[in-house]
Design a protein. Structure first.
Length: 170
């Protein structure tokens, strides 16, 4: 028996199991276990590559990992956002990604807080785009924009001085 992990062939999820699997993925996210949620979403996407709920849940699971300090590829996250079929969803979830990165920067000390401001503003721009095209009765982008604005004010964040700062190490 070969114990080399690279030799494992992953099992394929049945199409009928997708709704239950996605419920489990959401539950794992709520339990703060994003790696488990991410794995489930990858299984769903293997069977149904353009499944929008799986893409969103995977994107959120990956961004949950950002808040825990794990390195998550911007390229991979942007690729997932690009796979979303709705313009509103692309704008809204781009905002979520920027907002979560900004919150992570807030935990990295005073030098990084100046980078946080720019990321919060990026998120707010995305939320404004989403707000302009939101479905009736959906004010999620408004709520997120307000959250970002309150965090900026509460933490007295200011734009970074482009000439005097080096980017913080990721």
């Amino acid at each position: 028996m070969n114990s080399d992990a690279s030799s494992f062939e992953l099992k394929t999820l049945s199409a009928e199991a997708i709704p239950g699997a996605l419920e489990k993925a959401e539950r794992y996210r709520l339990l703060n276990e994003p790696a488990e949620a991410e794995s489930i979403c990858l299984d769903v996407l293997k069977v149904s590559p353009e499944h929008q709920e799986a893409i969103v849940t995977l994107l959120l699971a990956q961004s949950d990992r950002v808040s825990k300090g794990y390195g998550v590829s911007d390229t991979q996250a942007r690729e997932l956002v690009g796979r979303l079929t709705g313009e509103y969803e692309r704008a809204y979830y781009s905002g979520i990604l920027a907002e979560r990165r900004a919150k992570m920067k807030l935990t990295q000390g005073s030098h990084a807080t100046q980078w946080a401001y720019g990321l919060f503003r990026e998120a707010m721009d995305c939320y404004e785009k989403a707000e302009a095209i939101r479905p009736p009765g959906n004010d999620d982008a408004v709520l997120r924009w307000n959250t970002c604005a309150r965090i900026i004010v509460r933490n007295k964040l200011v734009p970074r001085d482009e000439e005097n700062l080096e980017p913080p190490l990721e």
